[in-house]
Design a protein around this ligand. Structure first.
Ligand SMILES: NC(=O)c1ccc[n+]([C@@H]2O[C@H](COP(=O)([O-])OP(=O)(O)OC[C@H]3O[C@@H](n4cnc5c(N)ncnc54)[C@H](O)[C@@H]3O)[C@@H](O)[C@H]2O)c1
Length: 243
């Protein structure tokens, strides 16, 4: 098993890609912490993880709130004593056109999607540095590469920020044996994307992703197989955008 005995924090692990990632990690032997605002979905994911024979802790957490994040990390350490993997997956989305975007929407999007990964990464990095190993995987997006095909400007800008934050973290944390990478999904069939217009005619593979196909790429970066990859953004988009 590729993650035997490891401890992974998957923020927003009750949602589509997050839950698929938790299950992929658990099947490879990891114990899981799910920081979530949606406790019902997180508990449902937790039940599936424990059915696989792994431990799971759901911790009510708003990733946009530094105190909430630091408390979550402390509870993780109190429970498991180590942190091997952080997946900054929690996110929110909107379609709002830039001319109608309010200051409040802009601020909340940045707080959850961009400040959240900063706060969570900062909160785990002392532990990972002391362990001299760690994996941080951030959920970027096609929207952050192209300015959004359907996504709002604040969503797209927040995801562009996440993919740049990835590089900043990777530069500083490499010397401690910690890799930091982003995944840039195109469209994955989850709650977040359920109202997207049909874009399959633009996707060379002819279909949107299943959440498990995004999770497979995250697992690669989290595992030993991805050990020499850092500061990268991995497109997992069915070919809708080719760099
Ligand atoms: N689905 C797609 O097509 C797609 C494409 C590109 C990128 N992404 C990114 O992938 C990630 C997962 O998206 P998804 O499609 O699974 O969406 P989703 O809506 O199914 O899941 C997101 C999860 O994040 C949680 N969350 C939201 N705000 C939170 C907060 N403040 N604190 C803690 N948890 C919070 C939600 O409760 C939810 O369970 C997101 O970062 C998203 O932007 C998704």
């Amino acid at each position: 098993m590729r993650l035997d005995g490891q401890v992974a924090i998957v923020t927003g692990g009750g949602g589509g890609i997050g839950k698929a990632t938790c299950l992929a990690f658990a099947k490879e032997g990891a114990d899981i912490v799910i920081p979530e605002v949606n406790l019902a979905n997180a508990e449902a994911a937790s039940a599936e993880i424990t059915a696989l024979g792994r431990q799971c802790r759901v911790i009510e957490t708003d990733v946009a709130d530094g105190n909430s994040v630091r408390q979550m990390v402390q509870e993780t350490l109190d429970t498991f004593g180590r942190i091997d993997i952080l997946v900054n997956n929690a996110g929110i989305f909107s379609y709002t056109r830039i001319d109608a975007c309010t200051e409040a929407e802009w601020d909340r999007m940045m707080a959850v999607n961009l400040k959240g990964p900063f706060l969570c990464s900062q909160a785990v990095m002392e532990t990972m540095k002391a362990q001299r190993s760690g994996r941080i995987i951030n959920l970027g997006s096609l929207a952050g590469q192209v300015g959004g095909l359907v996504a709002s400007a604040p969503y797209s800008a927040s995801k562009a920020g996440v993919m740049c934050l990835t590089k900043s973290l990777a530069r500083v944390l490499g010397e401690y044996g910690i890799t930091v990478n982003s995944i840039a999904p195109g469209v994955a069939a989850t709650e977040m994307a359920k109202n997207h217009p049909d874009m399959t005619d633009q996707i060379p593979l002819g279909r949107v992703a299943d959440a498990s196909e995004i999770a497979s790429a995250i697992l690669f970066l989290a595992s030993e197989d991805g050990r020499y990859v850092t500061g990268a953004t991995l497109d997992v988009n069915g070919g809708i955008r080719m760099a």
